[in-house]
Design a binder for this molecule. Structure first.
Ligand code: DGP
Length: 114
């Protein structure tokens, strides 16, 4: 846990969130400013600052995230598909420095990625 990390505080329950899934490695909750009918954030329960910080030592958390994403999407009824995004660094407008994957769905998403 990083002291000044918003998502570490959410994982710890110090800041409220709308949880959609939790296990020993992963926490998932609804984005505070949804950009689609489903907008869920999936985060590792260890502090990893961004995709730049993924390594052989912590990649099991990333694998676990991708194992649970289909179940989260199915639970929200995203039968038509969904998008998974991680923003890494300033040029990608990463605003919270704790690795997170956005699940977006529930409508036809725009094709543009940038
Ligand atoms: P990014 O720009 O990729 O770093 O996305 C950060 C996301 O985190 C953004 O979509 C808004 C969301 N967010 C920021 N603060 C909070 C919060 O306090 N609670 C929740 N649920 N989401 C938050």
């Amino acid at each position: 846990m990083a002291n000044d990390c918003l998502f570490c505080k959410i994982i710890a329950g110090d800041i409220p969130s709308t949880k959609v899934y939790e296990d020993d490695m992963v926490y998932a909750f609804r984005d505070i400013a949804p950009m689609a009918p489903t907008h869920v954030l999936v985060v590792p329960k260890v502090h990893i600052a961004s995709a730049d910080e993924v390594s052989a030592e912590n990649s099991a958390y990333v694998a676990r995230i991708f194992e649970v994403i289909p179940n989260i999407a199915a639970a929200d009824g995203l039968t038509g598909g969904y998008r998974v995004i991680t923003n890494c660094g300033a040029d990608a407008c990463q605003s919270v420095k704790h690795l997170h994957f956005h699940i977006l769905g529930g409508k036809m998403l725009a094709l543009e990625m940038a």
